[in-house]
Design a protein around this ligand. Structure first.
Ligand code: SAH
Ligand code: SF4
Length: 361
């Protein structure tokens, strides 16, 4: 490799250094051991990255100057770059973060009473191409690495000091279970290193069946949300092409097999599209489909985005739809949009706000 420009040299040096934030606890331990440092230094380092939110090795003042200099020769701590922060009149905040390779992702924070729920991204874009979704239109640029998923929480914690994010929903850009390995590792880091209880974390999926299984087997006991959005395969195939691979019946089977903690329920998200999936027959079919599953439903009247071919049903229809489900004793919420003024350009982001506050028990 020939280095021709200063920028290349900087890039090269960065590549050579270890990003401490990208490591698992075990890898940090091995790294510190390799640097001749005793075990308690690992604990301190983790404390400074995840609790004290240190931006750099230089900022870890519990380490001597010499130790920081030595560590900095070999390692660094990466940080998301906060490119933009928008605050809505209702207090909802949206952040645009830059990644080390220049890609960008969005996260959204909803405050409600003493609950701070952060909606995070798991991919840059999404490959699944659901026809009503803004992110789907972008296509997939790349999946996020575990630390890029977790760092959204660290970055927002820093902005909220002394408060902390209390709840997490993976309903931002991307399909979490199309990036299952990284998402599961990120979930472990959130629960073990950031100490967020698993019951306050929700993973939302368009229904990638093997991913649901992996999540149930390998992740901490977080909540599962399924974006169902239709009650027949023909409608769902048209809205969510992934349904051709994993049809409704398979998703329902995977939900029945999903290990649920006592008193917890699977959340079913249902984006209501006027004249497409909002008939009272749909509500009855939905009721039947969920029989035997500890379920709750989030009805999300569609948030129109620019150039979209859909719109939302009127309020009367939404309430009739809800009543059929409530009469069958299924807890059914209708979500109101939050942060509409700052999110007007992005229907998808609005949708996740809608669902987030209730997805976290
Ligand atoms: N890929 C995952 C998580 C991100 S999408 C999933 O599909 O579950 C988060 C939620 O936003 C999904 O339930 C999706 O159906 C919904 N959604 C997407 N675009 C929307 C829109 N324009 N209006 C309302 N909800 C939308
Ligand atoms: Fe991807 Fe979810 Fe949007 Fe479908 S709804 S395109 S799975 S982000």
């Amino acid at each position: 490799m020939t280095l021709q420009h200063d920028a290349d040299v900087v890039q090269y040096l960065m590549m050579e250094k270890t990003d401490l934030k990208a490591l698992t606890r075990e890898e940090i331990e091995a790294f510190m051991k390799g640097a001749g440092l005793p075990q308690f230094r690992t604990r301190q380092l983790i404390h400074w990255i995840y609790e004290r939110l240190a931006r750099s090795i230089e900022g870890i003042t519990e380490f001597s100057k010499q130790m920081r200099d030595d560590l900095s020769e070999e390692a660094y701590i990466s940080n998301l770059d906060l490119i933009e922060r928008q605050t809505s009149t209702d207090g909802t905040e949206k952040y645009l973060f830059g990644l080390e390779d220049g890609e960008t992702i969005e996260s959204v924070l909803i405050s409600e009473d003493d609950r701070l729920t952060l909606c995070i991204s798991t991919q840059v874009g999404c490959a699944l191409g659901c026809v009503f979704c803004q992110t789907g239109r972008l296509g997939l640029k790349r999946s996020l690495r575990p630390h890029e998923i977790v760092d959204q929480v660290i970055a927002v914690n820093r902005l909220m000091l002394p408060a902390r994010v209390t709840n997490i929903v993976m309903m931002g850009m991307g399909e979490p279970l199309a990036n299952a390995e990284a998402v599961i590792e990120a979930l472990w880091r959130m629960t073990k290193l950031l100490q967020i209880p698993p019951r306050r974390i929700t993973v939302s999926t368009a229904g990638i069946v093997p991913g649901i299984r992996l999540l149930g087997e390998n992740a901490p006991p977080v909540n599962l949300a399924i974006s169902l959005n239709a009650t027949t395969d023909s409608v769902r195939n048209a809205l969510m092409p992934i349904n051709k691979t994993y049809p409704i019946r398979k998703i329902i089977e995977a939900c029945k097999a999903f290990p649920l903690q006592t008193r917890r329920r699977i959340m079913f998200e249902y984006v209501l599209l006027n004249g497409v999936n909002d008939t009272l027959e749909d509500a009855k079919r939905l009721r039947r489909l969920l029989q035997g599953i500890p379920a709750k439903i989030n009805l999300i009247p569609f948030n129109p985005c620019e150039g979209s071919e859909f719109d939302r049903p009127d309020e009367k229809r939404v309430l009739e739809f809800q009543k059929i489900l409530m009469d069958a004793d299924i807890l059914t919420m209708v979500r109101k949009s939050k942060g509409q003024d700052i999110l007007a350009a992005c229907g998808q982001l609005q949708a996740k706000y809608d669902t987030m506050s209730d997805s976290c028990f």
